[in-house]
Design a protein around this ligand. Structure first.
Ligand SMILES: *Cc1c(COP(=O)(O)O)cnc(C)c1O
Length: 415
């Protein structure tokens, strides 16, 4: 037992996660394989970081070829990889300029710095007074500044004091945003669909309304698409569903092709122009290895039409889930292959459902106690989706076999 990987993690690691008790050793497309050779369908793609599937051969080739040539240089020098990567980023998203970082949180921190400096230098907000509006339920990472504007008590508890300059408004409520804007407002930072909050889709027209309000008040609209971006929701960007282009955009997760941490902040030229040499940086940001993999991931996204695939398969997944009509399922919501299944807390916790799913050969993770996330790699097939849905049905039945019959006949009970 002394060499057991779980025991070693427990003994030597910080307990900041509560993983399912499975030890993975291999990944292959939509599959994960544990140390006993058991295969699982991966229905969560490392929170969308593995959108292109595990060890996609094209991406692994880009990684290994580049690793053998040149991996890390810092930004003290140019490399032949960074320019093409940035050009592809701008081309795929319709943004003017891109600044490469590593983690999603760093991309968001970059967005915050850009927005504040733009507010002081261009909008003429008095020094030290710039304000950024965020949405309740936001998730943008784990730095002290970012958790400071979280509405999640646990993310904040014990980590203050926090940076000032943020106010929060209800998500999906454009009027609340407009009411919160002051002459010192620099930006509204928002996820087009909230991921960690439990796959929360705002009302139709919300992003368009936000765009219009931001225009009218000279406020930057910054979309955090670290999770929703790059095909996940059935369009390259979730903003595309409403034909909206933000002034600032953060990407991460899938941008690293499931192989590396690669993120970026993208923006309008006049916003990005606020950064001058020495203002901001990252030792690893934009390194040739990351740039080569990121570029290959963007090319793959386009060539394989993964966004269209996610749109089509997402419809199928949600239709199958709704067709279950299982009494434990309170709601099915999402867009593309970013789907949340709300579990009736009287029947089971989402964690218990995930535990049961694991025994059925399907891996995913709960979010916010009541939501089971279903966000498989975009390479998943229709048949594999059906397999996952059947496994979910069996899991729900196994958790509370009586609930199905008890709830199915409320009229009888009432009569
Ligand atoms: C995951 C996530 C982040 C943070 O990304 P990290 O790479 O974990 O720092 C930021 N924004 C959103 C919307 C995310 O889902």
């Amino acid at each position: 037992m002394l060499n057991d990987p779980i025991a070693l993690e427990t003994a030597h690691g910080a307990h900041n996660y509560h993983p399912l008790p499975v030890v993975l050793t291999h990944g292959e497309g939509v599959h994960l394989i544990d140390r006993d050779g058991r295969r699982y369908l991966d229905m969560m793609s490392a929170y969308s970081a593995v959108s292109f599937g595990h060890s996609h051969p094209v991406l692994v080739r880009a990684l290994t070829e580049q690793a053998q040539r040149l991996a890390v240089t810092s930004r003290a020098f140019h490399t032949d990889r960074l320019g093409p990567f940035l050009a592809a980023l701008c081309g795929s998203t319709g943004m003017d300029r891109a600044l490469p970082m590593n983690s999603g949180a760093e991309a968001v921190e970059t967005a915050i710095k850009a927005a504040r400096k733009w507010a002081y230098k261009v909008k003429r907000v008095p020094e030290g007074r710039a304000q950024i509006i965020v949405a309740d339920g936001n998730f943008a990472g784990r730095t002290t500044t970012i958790v400071g504007f979280s509405s999640e008590a646990q993310y904040r508890d014990g980590f203050g004091p926090f940076a000032p300059g943020f106010v929060s408004v209800p998500f999906g409520d454009a009027r609340a945003l407009e009411a919160a804007i002051t002459p010192n407002t620099a930006a509204f930072l928002v996820e087009p669909i909230q991921g960690e909050a439990g796959i929360v889709v705002p009302p139709a027209g919300y992003l368009r309304a936000v765009r219009e309000i931001c225009n009218r008040h000279d406020v930057l609209m910054i979309c955090d698409e670290v999770q929703t971006g790059l095909g996940r929701t059935g369009a390259v960007l979730a903003c595309d569903h409403e034909g909206v282009r933000p002034d600032g955009l953060t990407l991460g997760k899938a941008l690293g092709g499931g192989l590396l941490p690669v993120s970026a902040f993208l923006a309008r030229s006049d916003v990005m122009a606020q950064f001058t040499p020495g203002d901001h940086g990252s030792t690893f940001g934009g390194n040739p290895l990351a740039a080569a993999v990121g570029l290959a991931a963007l090319e793959l996204l386009e060539r394989e039409r993964f966004a269209e695939r996610a749109a089509e398969l997402g419809e199928h997944l949600m239709a199958r889930l709704r067709a279950l009509r299982h009494p434990a399922i309170a709601e099915v919501r999402g867009r593309g292959l970013l789907v949340g299944v709300e579990i009736d807390p009287e029947v089971a916790t989402a964690r218990a459902v995930c535990d049961a799913l694991m025994h059925e050969g399907v891996l995913t993770k709960d979010t916010h106690d009541t939501v089971v996330r279903l966000a498989p790699p975009l390479v998943i097939t229709r048949a594999q989706i059906d397999t996952a849905v059947a496994a979910l049905e069996r899991s729900l039945h196994r958790l509370r076999p009586a609930a199905a019959t008890a709830r199915a006949a409320p009229a009888l009970a009432a009569g």
